[in-house]
Design a protein around this ligand. Structure first.
Ligand code: PEP
Length: 270
């Protein structure tokens, strides 16, 4: 548990990895290692096609299920989209929204900016629409924010991150904000092996908490869980998770190996 009784969350973002069989194997190897851990909430976020297989393998281990995206409409002519009811039906508790990769803000791919934005055009406004709609349905968002390397070099990290958070949370109630999860993910640290130094990650998570305090008050700011994401692994997790404003991790690459992911979950429980 963190010092102020926020239960940390360790969420594995599998991205576009794992067939149903691979999902079953990964969760079956993870489940016995995290079953019974207290003081941490463990979550896996497979691709849509593997949600059901992962759910079956979760069994009674207590692992929560999350999706990697969701849409803000109930149903209908929205080709390719998935609704919160569909995700709840598949057993999801959480949905990641606003990941930098769905915002078209990549750290390491070669496509042109125009191509990225054409395919991955998530904005603060669409993230906000999703947050409102899915919370009304009872699905909890994990809302991502974070700066690109050029924004950091220009000294704009705090401005970018707090602007994203204010826009993504706009119009929610303080109770809703207290219940959701925020992930601070510096884009330059995602999938690069270049983790944000723990003091700095904690500082930016503190900036996010104060942004929430300013907009929604003390109870929301003290309750909302703020995760760090970006090259977190079994070696660096303990130091990051010991920081007072870091309430868990959103983990990509290291979530694809049961042993590494379990080590991170154990570090959060410790
Ligand atoms: C992520 O995809 O959210 C992420 C943090 O990835 P990685 O851990 O691989 O940097």
């Amino acid at each position: 548990m963190t010092s102020n009784a926020r239960t940390p969350v360790i969420a594995g973002n599998w991205k576009m990895n794992n067939t149903r069989e691979q999902a079953r194997e990964l969760v079956s190897a993870l489940a016995p290692q995290v079953k019974g851990l207290s003081g941490v909430e463990v979550c896996v976020c497979p691709p849509f096609t593997a949600l059901e297989a992962a759910k079956a393998a979760i069994g009674d281990s207590g692992i929560a299920l999350g999706a990697q995206n969701v849409f803000w409409e109930e149903k209908g002519a929205w080709t390719s989209q998935v609704s919160p009811d569909m995700l709840l039906d598949a057993g999801c508790k959480y949905a990641i929204i606003g990941h930098s990769e769905t915002r078209g803000r990549f750290g390491t791919v070669d496509e042109t900016l125009a191509t990225r934005l054409a395919y991955f055009g998530e904005t603060d406004q669409t993230i906000n629409a999703k947050a409102h709609f899915i919370m009304g349905k009872g699905l909890l968002p994990i809302i991502c924010c974070g700066e690109m390397i050029d924004e950091r070099k220009a000294g704009k990290t705090d401005e970018i991150v707090s602007g994203q958070i204010k826009a993504c949370l706009a119009g929610l109630s303080a109770e809703q904000v207290a219940a959701l999860v925020i992930a601070y993910e510096p884009v330059w640290a995602i999938g690069t092996g270049e983790v944000c130094e723990s003091e700095e990650a904690n500082r930016v998570c503190g900036v996010i908490r104060e942004t929430v305090r300013g907009a929604f008050g003390d109870s929301a700011a003290d309750a909302v869980r703020i995760l760090y994401g970006g090259s977190m692994n079994d070696k660096n997790a303990a130091e990051l998770l010991a920081k007072p404003h870091i309430d868990g991790g959103l983990v990509g690459g290291a979530a694809l190996k049961a042993d590494s992911f379990a080590t991170i979950c154990k570090a959060a429980a410790a």
